[in-house]
Design a protein around this ligand. Structure first.
Ligand code: UDP
Length: 483
């Protein structure tokens, strides 16, 4: 039971599993370990029951409030997903204001100790500021991508033309150098209608009192040091590195309902299986799906592949179900003829969703071919599993550059030869080569070694009294210090 005046935290999450999952996890920990009560605020627009499933099993101290649906029918049918998300964020601000006001005036007198918004909703910080509530961004990607987004307004001012063609890499404080074509996807292209919205995002972050970032020292040491220096000089609000915040293994499905793919892994030799997944919504083209299948088959490596419907239009189509062939709900039917039968001794294709944290921590898994969503990246690093980076959209290339850099070296990445990599298909031979190199090659062995070091760093970050607890304690003390 929460004490009568338990401090209350409000956490706003944008739609999508990669946002809802860490927010739910964070709220749960604030309640369980730090005595808070919490409200997770979600959007009705763009939400899917599958992505919201972590909200079904929250502890009693954490409740959920959904902001009402707002009309989006004025947006073009093919509007970018970020255009739609930012429109929802802006159009629901009056509802958010009402909600915060009602919580502030709640009879329990607990008020709102802090308002946290996820990385896509910093426009909401203005409402918290207006109501005098301490406000933070709960940033569920790398600190490197946060810095690159903070830099977007300056980049827009100081350059002309499309960033993807910048002659020199962008060197941000403490960060691995980023080519223009590695920047967060809509920032690369000035004529993209999302471009000005990304510039606004960069400005809006500065409304925060601090950034709570899901990262840790072994992942982004130099960037953390540089960011702290910038904060000390008042350039940016302070950063609290509270990572790696990932679901615990047992949370994904207990022994009673063990997923069939985990039983399959139980029968495979240690370190022999390449896990292949593009996150909750990453989508390949029809041709790329066929080439990936043929490449995995030719690699003669064992694999466990979470297969999504292909889409020839949108690499993030899986998030909101726009990739599905309306008449066909069988993802595996898009694999090449006879693929499942031919690979039945070596591989397993799982439709749509698999218990990733359990998979990555299974002894049979020796590598991860990943889209480099940040949660996947942290989960892989914390399990000591090396990766092949296969970024698709959003900030995934920033993460791919980081994990494949000399500095970290826990991933292999074939940087596309052209900056306009839309529509480029990685051929089967290259897929097979990458899979073999990661699983049994020299570069793979080096990456495995590095991944082991980062896993040790993750464990240090999570140790009792370690950096994660200290960072959390530091930010929480600010909330508790409020009159
Ligand atoms: N996930 C999972 N099973 C799947 C696909 C994704 O459990 O089949 C989880 C994964 O463990 C991670 C999250 O969903 O926690 C995906 O977040 P990430 O940031 O990696 O990518 P996004 O889905 O946001 O692109």
């Amino acid at each position: 039971q929460a004490p009568v005046h338990a401090p209350h935290v409000v956490l706003l999450t944008s739609p999508g599993a990669g946002h809802v999952l860490p927010v739910a996890e964070f709220a749960t920990r604030l309640a369980a370990d730090h005595g808070f009560t919490a409200t997770i605020v979600t959007y009705t627009n763009l939400s899917s029951p599958a992505h919201n499933s972590p909200l079904a099993s929250l502890p009693p101290r954490v409740s959920v409030a959904a902001l009402p649906e707002v009309p989006l029918d004025d947006l073009p049918a093919d509007a970018h997903i970020l255009t739609r998300i930012f429109a929802v964020v802006n159009r629901t601000l009056p509802h958010l204001r009402d909600l915060l006001r009602s919580l502030l005036g709640s009879p329990s007198g607990s008020g709102v100790a802090a308002f946290l918004t996820d990385m896509l909703c910093p426009a909401a910080l203005a409402v918290a500021r207006e109501l005098g509530v301490p406000r933070y961004v709960f940033f569920t990607s790398s600190l490197t991508s946060l810095l690159s987004l903070l830099y977007t307004p300056e980049l827009a001012r100081n350059t002309t033309g499309d960033c993807r063609y910048l002659p020199d890499p962008v060197v941000l404080p403490g960060c691995v150098p980023l080519h223009g074509a590695d920047l967060v996807e809509p920032v690369q292209n000035r004529s993209d209608p999302v471009y000005p919205l990304m510039v606004d995002l960069g400005h809006n972050y500065l409304l925060a009192d601090g950034f709570i970032v899901n990262t840790f020292d072994a992942m982004e040491h130099d960037t953390l040091v540089a960011f702290k220096e910038l904060s000390d000089r008042g350039v940016y609000p302070p950063v609290y590195a509270v990572g790696p915040f990932i679901r615990s293994v047992s949370a994904g499905g207990g022994a009673g309902n063990k997923h069939s793919c985990l039983r399959w892994l139980d029968d495979q030799p240690d370190g022999s299986v390449l896990y292949v997944s593009f996150g909750s919504g990453g989508t390949l083209s029809t041709e790329q799906t066929a080439e990936l299948a043929a490449g995995l088959e030719a690699s003669e490596q064992k694999f466990l592949w979470v297969v999504h419907f292909p889409s020839d239009k949108d690499r993030s189509a899986g998030y909101f179900g726009t990739s599905a062939d309306q008449g066909n709900d069988d993802q595996l039917s898009y694999l090449p003829e006879g693929f499942v039968e031919r690979t039945s001794g070596t591989g397993l294709a799982v439709p749509l969703w698999a218990p990733q944290v359990e998979i990555l921590n299974h002894p049979a898994v020796g590598g991860f071919l990943s889209h480099c969503g940040w949660n996947s990246t942290l989960e892989s690093a914390a399990a000591g599993v090396p990766m092949v980076a296969w970024p698709l959209f959003a900030e995934q290339r920033v993460n791919a550059v980081l994990v494949s850099s000399e500095r970290l070296g826990l991933a292999l990445w074939e940087r596309p030869s052209s900056v306009d990599n839309d529509g480029v298909v990685v051929p089967r031979g290259e897929v097979a080569e990458l899979a073999r190199e990661l699983m049994v090659g020299k570069k793979g062995a080096l990456a495995r070694n590095k991944a082991g070091q980062v896993r040790d760093g993750a464990q240090m970050a999570l140790a009792p009294g370690g950096p994660q607890r200290r960072a959390l304690a530091a930010v929480i003390s600010k909330w508790n210090a409020r009159p």
